[in-house]
Every structure is written in structure tokens, then in C-alpha cells.
Ligand binder design. Structure first.
Ligand code: PHE
Length: 345
């Protein structure tokens, strides 16, 4: 019995040392040390031994088991290390190979216009404010001096969600929201970019969804001349130093007086061409002095405070600036169109 056990040990360790992978090693473990293995088989004969021999044989059987187990463990460590080395060798990277070129994206032309305008106004001390696209009727209309049955609501056909909520038709509700937050204390100096929605039929110059940028300044002694100076800086920055602006009387319920602002044509310089429709001027935005009702409704004392506001369509500005003829190009994301606006920074 003793000999048989020794034999088994030698035989098992021999196989262990010859095993070439973890699977083979595991098979050896199962076949020698498992319940149905030869060692268990030998030990079954222990019953036939004398009481003195039994503990000795038990100890020997344990020794043999331990020897085989540690033989297997050691081999396993070797095999695992070898596997790691092999993997590392296979995965070496040749750092001298040329890399794959990375295709960089580009800002959408509308984003560029918005950022350009934001930068300009941030430079003049404005902060950027945002508001919800699903807006309350109150902020979109009522707080802007457009009560429920006001005829001027027809100027902006709206998508209503419930009777009291709609997709905002302009960024002006952000004015009302911001003023309300200021709790009657000036100054307020904000610029609000964002998406707006109107029930228009889409064509080359209309879209049911577009972007606006709104500006609002409220403080003491804010005058129409401040508005004019500000817009002049804006027009020169965006359309070129030689530009001039002119104001034409207009109507918005939330401003009084209200004006439409034109910029002198950047193509013909004022002589008259197809872009300015032979007038020398191009309309770019609506603006005016904040209506006292709007100030009061948002908690400002209109005797102490005054302000100006302006709002423009970002697509319109981008179309003029980049000579884009169809507003729908901005939304269809044709790369041939977008690639025209590649900037290499
Ligand atoms: N919200 C106006 C519009 O969408 C534009 C505007 C903004 C006019 C602020 C005056 C002052 O037509």
C-alpha cells in the first residue's frame, strides 16, 4: 500500500511537470485527487490494516496528497505567468507607427453666431440667462403686456399644450422671469439665447422652430440713446466696422416706444443691391424701451427704473452674414452645407 501511494505520487508529479496548459493540469487534479481517484481508492483498503499501521498510512496518504497539490499549484503559477508573458508579447504596441487621423467636429453656424453675440455682450457686462421652452402663457404673453384677448397675440401664432402652457413663441419670457427674480432691484443686464416655436408653414424664410437672442437692460436712467449705442456696437462687430444703423418706429406690446432696427447693407454699402432689395438697408431686429406695465408686472418701480430690450432671429442674422438662401439648410444637417463653416483654429 505504501509503495502504491509513493508510485502514485511520482506518477502524478511526472504528469504535472509535463502538462502544457491549465486545462491539462486541472484534469490531473481531478483524476488524482478527486473522489474517484486512485488515492481514495487505495485508502479504501485501510480497513484491512492493523490498528498500528492505520495512522501511519493515513499520514502518508496526506503527505502524498499535499505533495501532489503543491506540485499542481506551483505548475499552475508557472503556466499563468507564462500566459501573461505571452499576452504581453502579443500586445506590444509599436509607438512609432503613424496614428489614425482624428476627425474633428465643428460648431454649427447657428451656434457660432450665438457664441459670437454672447461674447460681445458678455464683454459689455451682460450675463447669459436661459428659460424653459415649454412656457406658461403668463410669461410668454401676459407678463409682457399681452393680456388674453390682445389682438397682437395674432402676430405670433402659437403651439398651445394646455390652455395655460405653450411652446414659447419668443425669448422675451426670459426677460419677465429674470426681472421677477431681481425682486424690484436693478440693474439687470442679460442676453437670452434659445429656441422658439411658431405655427408657421415652413419655406425658405420661415420655420416653425427657430432661434432668437434677446437682450434686456433695466436700471436707473436707461435711455433710448443707450439702446442705440449698444446696437451700433453690435452691428459693427457682427457686420463690419463701416456699418451704420437706423431705427424705424414700430410696435411691440412690451416696449414703448418700439423700433425696428436696420443695418446699412454690408454688400453694397448702401447703394442698393439684391440683398438689401435696392434700399441700402437690411432689417435685423426689433427693440424698444421696456413698457412701464412690463416693469411693474415684474416688480420694478417704473418711476425709478427704465430699460431697453431687443430681440433678433439668429437664423436671419446667420443667413445675412453667411449668404445662406434657405433657412431649412440649418436643420437638415447636410455635411456639404456644414463643411462650408469649417474653421481651423
Ligand atoms: N420678441 C419680439 C419678437 O419675437 C422681438 C423683440 C424683443 C422686440 C424685445 C422688442 C423687444 O418679435
Amino acid at each position: 500500500m505504501q509503495e502504491r501511494l509513493k508510485e502514485l505520487q511520482t506518477e502524478a508529479l511526472e504528469k504535472v511537470s509535463q502538462s502544457a496548459n491549465l486545462k491539462e493540469l486541472n484534469d490531473i487534479r481531478v483524476s488524482y485527487l478527486g473522489k474517484k481517484g486512485p488515492i481514495t481508492e487505495v485508502l479504501k483498503g485501510m480497513g484491512k490494516l492493523s490498528a498500528e499501521e492505520r495512522p501511519m498510512m493515513g499520514a502518508l496518504a496526506n503527505e502524498v496528497r499535499d505533495a501532489i497539490t503543491s506540485g499542481i499549484e506551483e505548475k499552475q503559477k508557472h503556466l499563468e505567468e507564462a500566459a501573461v508573458h505571452e499576452k504581453l508579447a502579443a500586445e506590444t504596441i509599436d509607438v512609432t507607427l503613424p496614428g489614425r487621423p482624428v476627425k474633428t467636429g465643428n460648431h454649427h453656424p447657428l451656434t457660432r453666431i450665438i457664441e459670437e453675440i454672447e461674447d460681445l455682450f458678455i464683454g459689455m457686462g451682460y450675463t447669459v440667462a436661459e428659460g424653459p421652452e415649454v412656457e406658461k402663457d403668463y410669461y410668454n404673453f401676459e407678463a409682457l403686456n399681452l393680456p388674453k384677448d390682445h389682438p397682437a397675440r395674432d402676430m405670433q401664432d402659437s403651439f398651445y399644450i394646455t390652455e395655460e402652457t405653450l411652446l414659447r413663441t419668443q425669448t422675451s419670457p426670459v426677460q419677465a422671469r429674470t426681472m421677477e427674480k431681481h425682486d424690484g432691484k436693478g440693474p439687470v443686464k442679460i442676453i437670452c439665447p434659445g429656441k422658439v416655436f411658431r405655427r408657421d408653414n415652413d419655406d425658405a424664410t420661415h420655420s416653425h422652430q427657430f432661434m432668437q437672442i434677446e437682450g434686456l437692460v433695466v436700471g436707473e436712467n436707461i435711455r433710448m440713446t443707450d439702446l442705440k449705442g449698444t446696437l451700433e456696437v453690435f452691428a459693427k462687430k457682427l457686420f463690419g466696422e463701416d456699418r451704420e444703423i437706423r431705427m424705424r418706429p414700430s410696435f411691440f406690446p412690451f416696449t414703448e416706444p418700439s423700433v425696428e432696427v436696420d443695418v446699412s447693407c454690408f454688400k453694397c454699402g448702401g447703394k442698393g443691391c439684391n440683398i438689401c432689395k435696392k434700399t441700402g438697408w437690411i432689417e435685423i431686429l426689433g427693440s424698444g424701451m421696456v413698457h412701464p406695465n412690463v416693469l411693474e408686472m415684474s416688480g420694478f418701480d417704473s418711476k425709478k427704473y427704465s430699460g431697453f430690450a431687443f430681440g433678433m432671429g439668429v437664423e436671419r442674422i446667420a443667413m445675412l452674414k453667411y449668404g445662406v438662401e434657405d433657412i431649412r439648410h440649418f436643420y437638415t444637417n447636410d455635411v456639404r452645407f456644414l463643411n462650408n463653416f469649417q474653421v481651423h483654429e
